[in-house]
Ligand binder design. Structure first.
Ligand SMILES: Cc1cc2nc3c(=O)[nH]c(=O)nc-3n(C[C@H](O)[C@H](O)[C@H](O)COP(=O)(O)OP(=O)(O)OC[C@H]3O[C@@H](n4cnc5c(N)ncnc54)[C@H](O)[C@@H]3O)c2cc1C
Length: 460
């Protein structure tokens, strides 16, 4: 293999190919302390370098695993001693911002938070937002079609990408850097690379769609007596805000208690005595009385009995404190390793579904911990489940508790995190045989040697 490393070094600069300790001292994920095992890590700086690396690897049938910010939650970056890891970390340049057309063209390794801050400097907003914003890359967001906190208003990553550039397995560069909202000239090829987890190509550049920055945000934290009240309130607030609702994050009591109890230092905006809580946020102009309107409709909801209790953020620090509660997901691991889930289903089925999952867990592991929250308006629930055993057998049993009750209601085993290696055995629960067959045919057409992110989405 040393001749492959030499050939890669001919393509890239000195720090472009890492081997030995430079590989094994890096971790595979921002949360998990598991060292990377790989033949080498290549760190190109341009699309041309990515293309040259892939051309070489394709000719040799060499497998390549793309790495972005390593925050993915389905083990999509898993690699082994025989793989070349292709990290986009040095492709981190914002190439162009067009404040008139409201677009930004960036390299794939730019962290999400940098995009958000760059847009903000121009009075604009990139609406995609998630807890991993400081570490995840736009290329990773595209490859996983990340969702996050504002999907109810702005959609998923797919809805905020206008164009992109990708390098195919054989090194062919497909530049499709469309900057227009409307472009029906033939197939919209970007969708081949959005949400396909690095199995069809390496995303190298992205054109994102920006919006005008809100001049004000109205935020509140509300408590509910039951889930029916939550869904009634969702309809009420969405209607009253007339399209301004941008976040509706539901926390079950188990999660609220976890993240507001030491060692977590979050302060409770409302008492921890209700089954459900919602973090609500609305966009406003600041000059249009939106803040007053928001307070008035929250007050009205309290009077009408649509909510049990609520606190409205009075300052940016109140707002940040409320979001910190929602984002304190690192506490999932307080009682040891936890299995993480990201399912979606119709809102009308959710209450019974969550009850059924917890009933099944209780039956088998009375001492288990299950923390529940979700982007409920998008039909998306997350669980973190600890049963005191993180072995493969326990994992399969917990998977059955979570996935089996999804089937009768037509739910999905992955709302926003993707399939990776972790969920590939469960893909047939959410996709039909012909759908999976077509996915495989697309994969075979674009990557006939199967060198790109092998074993992800479906078995190699
Ligand atoms: C605290 C926390 C909160 C999170 N919240 C959310 C959330 O609200 N919503 C949500 O959807 N996700 C969430 N996630 C999951 C994760 O942040 C997203 O999946 C994110 O989009 C991954 O980006 P990344 O750059 O870290 O990608 P990685 O983890 O590095 O890679 C993810 C996948 O994409 C592939 N890939 C990466 N870059 C490229 C590229 N340039 N070209 C081709 N393939 C590539 C990888 O091979 C892998 O299969 C969260 C994660 C954490 C840790």
């Amino acid at each position: 293999m040393s001749d492959l490393i030499d050939a890669l070094r001919d393509i890239l600069d000195d720090r472009g190919v890492l081997t030995g300790d430079d590989v094994s001292t890096r971790m595979i994920h921002v949360w998990y302390q598991r060292p990377i095992e790989a033949l080498c890590i290549v760190r190109p700086r341009t699309t041309e370098e990515v293309a040259a690396v892939l051309k070489l690897c394709h000719a040799r049938g060499q497998t390549v695993v793309p790495h972005g910010g390593l925050t993915g939650l389905v083990q999509g970056c898993n690699c082994g001693p025989g793989d070349v890891v292709l990290s986009l970390e040095r492709m981190n340049t914002v190439e162009d911002i067009d404040p008139v057309g409201r677009t930004m063209t960036v390299q794939a390794g730019v962290p999400l938070q940098v995009l958000q801050e760059t847009a903000d400097e121009h009075g604009l907003m990139f609406p995609l937002d998630l807890g991993a914003r400081g570490s995840c890359h736009i290329g990773g967001n595209v490859s996983t079609n990340a969702g996050g906190n504002r999907v109810i208003r702005f959609g998923m990553t797919r809805d905020n990408v206008l164009g992109l550039e990708a390098v195919l397995a054989d090194g062919t560069v497909v530049t499709s850097l469309n900057t227009m909202i409307k472009n029906n000239a033939g197939y919209d090829l970007k969708h081949l690379f959005i949400g396909t987890e690095g199995t069809l190509g390496i995303v190298t550049r992205v054109v994102i769609r920006l919006r005008e920055a809100p001049r004000a945000l109205s935020t509140a934290f509300a408590a509910f007596d039951d889930f029916k009240q939550v869904t009634a309130f969702l309809r009420y607030i969405d209607r009253e805000l007339g399209g301004a609702l941008c976040a509706f994050e539901v926390l079950w009591r188990d999660f609220y208690e976890l993240v507001t109890t030491a060692p977590a230092d979050n302060v409770r905006p409302v008492p921890c005595e209700f089954p459900n809580y919602v973090l609500i946020e609305a966009l406003g102009t600041g000059a249009d009385g939106a803040g007053e309107h928001f307070e008035a409709i929250m007050g009205e909801a309290l009077e009408q009995g649509l909510i049990a209790d609520a606190a409205v953020a009075r300052s940016e620090s109140d707002r940040k404190a409320m979001w910190r509660i929602r984002d304190s997901v690192e506490h999932f691991f307080r009682y040891g390793p936890a299995f993480l889930y990201d399912v979606s289903l119709g809102i009308r089925f959710m209450d019974d579904y969550v009850g059924e999952v917890k009933r099944r867990l209780d039956e088998r592991w009375p001492e288990h911990h299950c923390f529940t929250l979700g982007h409920i308006a998008d039909g998306n629930i997350h669980f973190a489940i600890n049963v005191g055993d993180d072995g493969a057998d326990a994992h399969a049993l917990v998977n059955a508790c979570v996935y089996e009750p999804l089937q009768p209601v037509g739910g999905s085993v992955s709302a926003e995190h993707g399939i990776g290696t972790e969920k590939r055995a469960y893909l047939p629960l959410s996709r039909g045989a012909n759908e999976i067959d077509l996915m495989r045919r697309v994969k075979a057409a674009l990557d006939p040697k199967g060198i790109l992110n092998p074993g992800k989405v479906f078995p190699a």
